[in-house]
Write a protein that binds this ligand. Structure first.
Ligand code: TLP
Length: 341
């Protein structure tokens, strides 16, 4: 089996999770009678400190439902230029909500209250109405960076003052909470809506959730149906998500330790540019100087290690529950052999 560090989305259900899924009570969730989905939605809402939540097939769907539910066509949203919502969701904001994205210059995905204020324009018929600020925590292309709570609070304060709503892409909020000890609900308190994923570090096969007020989730539910995301006996996958929530959150700390070990080891190799101190969670980004990133990725693949080349010089490695501490050591050894040859 290759050591798979391409993403934490590659995780597969454990035997105990499969057991929970196999024995899940189910019903037709479009009629609102799948007890396992209802249980998951209640549990997620409770964890995030919100009134309600909605189970969705993916993080992308949860984010896009949030945009669609908060805005009208022709509105503007403020988002970091490297945010998943803008960078990786196939033009969804334009196609599905019909909104314009105004990109903010985040540093490792983190922008400031001053950036928000600088992007705002007076109400005038020339300008699109700005409605929503989107934040990603942890930030994927920011290298798994964690938003400092104080910066987040300042952004929220300025946004509220200008009547803007706030959405959190919390695909990896679980990682932020384990790393900082700040509860998910304490981050979520600053937002009108939050999306979270079960199928990344938590290891469930499918699923995400969108959380918010009861009224907001009711609106999102209608759009979920419109987007073709109404699921029937979804309790089978919701059971995997519930199992993941209860059993796999604390273990994310292992992924973080492995990421730091990997970063420490790789940073010493010739031709790798990587500051281990920048690794806060389970994502390790590095620049490759000696050879193209794609060439190093291909050589690693031959050695049984999978990583992703995200650009001509950039490689991402994501620690996850399928990769052990010993395999992190093997990864460093393989990279060393390739780079020193
Ligand atoms: N991220 C994936 C890819 O799409 C890039 C990955 O391998 O990291 N928000 C964030 C912050 C994400 O990183 C992702 C997935 C999503 C949303 C979307 O989740 P899915 O894949 O469930 O649509």
């Amino acid at each position: 089996m290759p050591i798979d560090l391409r993403s934490d989305t590659i995780t597969v259900p454990t035997p105990a999770m499969r057991q929970a899924m196999a024995s899940a009570e189910v019903g037709d969730d479009v009629f609102g009678d799948d007890p396992t989905v209802l249980k998951l939605e209640a549990r997620v809402a409770e964890l995030l400190g919100k009134e309600a939540s909605l189970f969705t097939v993916s993080g992308t769907m949860a984010n896009q439902l949030a945009l669609r539910s908060h805005t009208e066509s022709g509105d503007e949203i403020l988002v970091d230029a490297n945010a998943h919502i803008y960078y990786y969701e196939t033009g969804g904001p334009a196609a599905l909500a019909g909104v314009m994205c105004r990109c903010l210059p985040g540093v490792r995905g983190i922008f400031t209250a001053a950036d928000v204020e600088a992007a705002l324009r007076p109400a005038d018929q020339h300008f699109p109405p700005t409605k929503l600020v989107c934040i990603e925590n942890t930030h994927n292309r920011g290298g798994g960076s964690i938003w400092p709570l104080e910066t987040l609070r300042e952004v929220a304060e300025v946004s509220r003052r200008h009547g803007l709503r706030m959405h959190l892409d919390g695909a990896r909020l679980w990682n932020a909470s384990i790393a900082t000890g700040i509860a998910e609900r304490d981050y979520a308190a600053h937002f009108d809506s939050v999306s979270v994923c079960f199928s990344k570090g938590l290891g469930a096969p499918v699923g995400s959730a969108l959380c918010g007020s009861r009224e907001f989730i009711q609106r999102a539910r209608r759009f979920r149906k419109m987007f073709g995301g109404g699921m029937r006996q979804a309790g089978i996958i919701a059971a995997g998500a519930l199992h993941a929530l209860e059993h796999h959150r604390a273990r994310l700390a292992e992924d973080h330790t492995n990421a730091r070990t990997l970063a420490d080891g790789l940073s010493l190799l010739p031709g790798i540019e990587l500051d281990p101190a920048s690794v806060q969670t389970n994502l390790v980004f590095m620049r490759v100087r000696k050879l193209p990133a794609a060439a190093l990725t291909a050589a690693l693949e031959k050695a049984g290690v999978r990583v992703l080349a995200l650009g001509p010089e950039t490689i991402r490695a994501v620690t996850n529950m399928t990769v052990t501490a010993a395999e992190i050591g093997e990864t460093i050894t393989s990279a060393k052999r390739i780079l020193e040859s």
